[in-house]
Design a protein around this ligand. Structure first.
Ligand code: ADP
Length: 175
């Protein structure tokens, strides 16, 4: 049984994350999505909300891909979390060069802590590569339309926080 751990903050889960989850499912029998509590990052959504959003979006994916998906909140060391859930593989998504340096350091440190756990990097489809939770939140907060970056369920939660987006840019005002 090949089990992988895909850790992140998922604040909130985006179409980029979902693309990575779908790709990881094609390689694994069981994927544990580790939702980091990450108090330091000051998440917009509570842990319960982030877990609920990931569970909602993954319900269909498990049936579609045949991979078991488990959502697991965690606060401990990533390597310890991997042990806890029986994962030998850590899955990460790579977007741009900007992600590389941090990920490179993480692999080095995690390998020093436990060399038996391998990290694999997956890339999302081109149209999802630029999506970042941080920017989605920023755009939604400023009244922009984020419907191309998240699912309708996540969009509803963002609108619950920030209100519906402003009318489309460039649209002519009606008399
Ligand atoms: P973290 O706080 O660890 O950066 P995130 O929730 O932002 O958590 O991201 C979790 C993982 O998903 C990271 O490996 C990140 O690089 C990856 N990821 C996020 N968005 C995308 C995307 N659009 N394409 C590919 N990978 C992504």
């Amino acid at each position: 049984m090949r089990t992988g751990l895909y850790p992140g903050t998922f604040d909130p889960i985006t179409l980029g994350h979902i693309d990575i989850i779908r790709r990881a499912c094609a390689l694994l029998d069981r994927l544990v999505i580790g939702v980091a509590i990450n108090r330091d990052k000051g998440p917009l959504f509570s842990l319960e909300e982030r877990v609920a959003m990931v569970e909602e979006e993954c319900a269909g994916l498990a049936a579609e891909t045949g991979c078991e998906i488990v959502v697991h909140p965690f606060e401990n060391l990533l390597i310890d979390c991997a042990h806890d859930v029986g994962a030998r593989v850590i899955v990460r998504g790579l977007r741009a060069v900007a992600d590389f340096e941090y990920e490179y350091q993480m692999v080095g440190m995690n390998r020093a802590l436990d060399s038996s756990i391998e990290t694999v990097f997956l890339m999302a489809e081109a149209r999802y590569q630029a999506i970042a939770s941080k920017l989605v939140k920023e755009i939604a907060r400023l009244g922009g339309d984020v419907s191309n970056f998240v699912t309708p369920g996540v969009l509803a939660r963002l609108e619950g926080r920030f209100g519906a987006p402003a009318p489309a840019r460039g649209a002519k005002a009606r008399d």
